[in-house]
Design a protein around this ligand. Structure first.
Ligand code: FES
Length: 99
């Protein structure tokens, strides 16, 4: 990525690309907005088919629904390497059976 005066970057595409773009932009001090457009089942927040681990402004990680809380997220707050898993430090993990 070449030097730029841009302060924000917008990205959509595959999850792996969003992860890569987020890392590159964040490392350069550019805020990155990612549109998570993975296949969604219900689209109304009922099925939990597409949830992402996201770090809130309070520093606590939560699973959020891409269809309801998103689909656009600050890429720096998404725990891309934990997408598709249930990290033990996610709020409510114990209630979801994490041991
Ligand atoms: S698609 Fe069903 S909860 Fe988001």
């Amino acid at each position: 990525m070449e030097a730029t005066a841009a302060t924000d970057l917008y990205a959509c595409g595959p999850m792996g690309m969003l992860w890569a773009v987020s890392e590159l932009a964040t490392a350069r001090g550019v805020r990155v907005w990612t549109a998570v457009e993975e296949a969604m089942a219900c689209g109304i927040g009922a099925c939990m088919s597409r949830v992402l681990p996201v770090v809130g402004s309070d520093g606590i990680s939560r699973l959020v629904r891409a269809c309801v809380e998103g689909p656009c997220f600050d890429g720096a707050t998404v725990r891309w390497n934990d997408v598709g898993s249930l990290p033990s430090d996610i709020e409510g993990a114990a209630a979801m059976g994490w041991h």
